[in-house]
Design a protein around this ligand. Structure first.
Ligand code: CP
Ligand code: NVA
Length: 311
């Protein structure tokens, strides 16, 4: 039987059981099908989601804003630049104030601790719209895309190549280990995923049977992969390291040569925005194997499920 997720924060996929993740997936699928059939669910009539952004966004902002509107509620865009947070009001006090006006908060910012502190001090659900450490909304909607394209999670290998110390990698490690999908990360020395995250994901993987691998060899990472995933080499906040990263990461580009080693029916995924010609070539990004725009579309459906179930 489905447990209630009302009032739960959505700060990391690690906080949810495989059954709860399944509930998000089934709700998103059902909402997507109903929308396609011209039926709109409005479970959040009269509710307000505050959306704090201290980093730029295209997909996350628009899909949350359109999503809450489709669910019957209203989204308030709150620029980090214009909130009193910027002038030193604490996260704790901000949380207590926002809890008195809103029904949910979505936040995109740098430090994961700020999201954790916001959640700990709010009486309303807090949704992590990306931090330097995690991007759980993207990974959850990626699970939806993978299920749509591949029909299952078991017996699948997802290979991420590029910057391994990255919010997408960390959330994909949690996502894969929760649903029993193998995850292989190919990253240069010094750019591996954070050890504590790999260890936590490995605990989950021991239960679900998913196999996790971190290697410095991009070919080994993608060998036989059903899904190849890339992300920018310089994430928001580390753009000043761009030149160095372009040099260190160049042999981790997803291109036709690397593609020779993947499964014959492999798909290419990317959270976007992409830096074409850096982490991935146009040839791969625009190929029939690429599902990146379907991925972007599913952000809307998964976010609606997250809001409808938690708020
Ligand atoms: N994938 C993603 O989060 O995109 P935005 O940065 O445009 O929100
Ligand atoms: N790793 C990227 C993801 C963007 C959606 C970043 O943080 O910039």
């Amino acid at each position: 039987m489905a447990v209630t997720l009302k009032g739960r924060d959505f700060v990391s996929l690690r906080d949810f059981s495989p059954e709860e993740i399944e509930q998000f997936l089934q709700t998103a699928t059902a909402m997507k099908l109903r929308q396609k059939a011209g039926m709109m669910d409005r479970p959040l009539e009269g509710k307000t989601l505050g959306m704090i952004f201290t980093k730029p966004s295209t997909r996350t902002r628009i899909s949350f804003e359109v999503g809450i509107w489709q669910l019957g509620g209203v989204g308030l865009f709150l620029s980090g630049e214009e909130l009193q947070l910027r002038r030193g009001e604490t996260i704790e006090d901000t949380a207590k104030n926002l809890s008195r006006y809103l029904d949910g908060i979505m936040i995109r910012t740098f430090d994961q601790k700020d999201v954790d502190d916001l959640a700990a001090n709010s009486t309303i659900p807090v949704i992590n719209g990306l931090t330097d450490l995690l991007h759980p909304c993207q990974a959850a909607s990626d699970l939806l895309t993978i299920r749509e394209k591949k029909g299952q999670f078991s017996d699948l290998k997802l290979a991420f190549v590029g910057d391994g110390d990255n919010n997408m990698v960390h959330s994909l490690l949690f996502a894969g280990s929760k649903v029993g999908m193998d995850v292989s990360v190919g990253a240069p020395s010094g750019y591996e995923p954070q050890e504590s995250i790999v260890e936590m994901a490995a605990e989950e993987a021991a239960v679900t049977g998913s196999r996790l691998q971190v290697t410095n060899d991009p070919v080994e990472a993608v060998r036989g992969a059903d899904i190849v995933y890339a992300d920018v080499w310089a994430s928001m906040g580390v753009e000043d390291e761009r030149q160095e990263r372009l040099r260190v990461l160049q042999s981790y580009q997803v291109n036709a040569q690397l593609w020779e080693h993947v499964h014959s029916e492999a798909i290419f995924m990317h959270c976007l925005p992409a830096h074409r010609g850096e982490e991935v070539t146009d040839e791969i990004l625009d190929s029939p194997a690429s599902v990146v725009f379907d991925q972007a579309k599913n952000r809307l459906h998964m976010q609606k499920a997250i809001m409808a179930l938690t708020m």
